[in-house]
Design a protein around this ligand. Sequence first.
Ligand code: BV8
Ligand code: ZN
Length: 246
Amino acid sequence: MKNKINEALIEKLKSAKNLVFFTGAGMSAESGIPTFRGTDGIWNKFKPEELANFNAFLKNPKLVWEWYQYRKDIIHKSAPNNGHIAIKELEKYYSVSVITQNVDNLHYRAGSSEIYELHGNIEKNYCISCNKRYDFIDFPESTDSPRCECGGLIRPDIVWFGENLPQDQYSSAEKVIEEADIFFSIGTSGIVYPAAYLALNANKLKKFLVEINPVDTELTHIFDLTIRNSSASALENILTTVESFK
Ligand code: BV8
Ligand code: ZN
């Protein structure tokens, strides 16, 4: 059932120029990609400290690579959902910036033109010894984990726990938030920092904040409006409403 979107949001959408979408794993749930902490969450099976950190990688690169290849296989069988596509379509009417915590490359595949990847991208890799890039390739099956021609270990270009976020992505994200008229936080539990600081910044800057999530999150209290719906349905509703008055 199409629920009508909130009058205050419609008024904002009528006057807005710049939209910012801050997205998390829930954005890709309707593409069939498991979230991290939900009931189907992948962290229920694996502990982040065991896999998504550099020491775990050095200790057992093959196990960490198996985990990332398993996730890449799921992602390669998935496609952007109507939520990713709606965000791309809104570029017809607004300046749209996507700030994503997701590493699944789906916003790119949906065609969004301005994306800031805070936690890296599962299709990108580099050698930890010589920094040679190995992006957008699949490594052949082997008994060892992928090695560079220099002999060094190749790692996913993903931000692990305890690692700094790419400074250029983070500071660009901070800048687009300053210009935002509406800040949407979609499909994130809001517990991972410093990414979650970006929502707190938007709040401090008194932007109009909208949360799209089926359930309450750690950040719910800072939002002007919460839409308790899935990202794909909520974003389709928003796009249809915008198309009705643009
Ligand atoms: C760092 C890559 C500096 C791996 C990930 C304060 C300041 C700084 C750091 C910290 C701090 N407090 C704690 C820390 C440490 C840590 C942290 O935040 N820990 C948390 C767990 C408490 N942060 C770090 O380590 C960061 N590094 O700060 O470096 C530093 C250096 C040295 C020492 C200290 C600090 C690095 C963080 C990045 C870690 N890497 N991923 C990989 O992907 O393999 S984090 C991981 O969580 C993912 O990247 C993911 O993007 C991120 C956030 O998760 P969500 O996207 O929110 O997903 P989640 O499953 O949690 O929630 C899904 C939501 O969707 C739910 O709310 C659900 O209801 C909703 N949903 C479900 N279905 C739908 C839906 N919504 C809409 N529609 C649906 N259909
Ligand atoms: Zn190398």
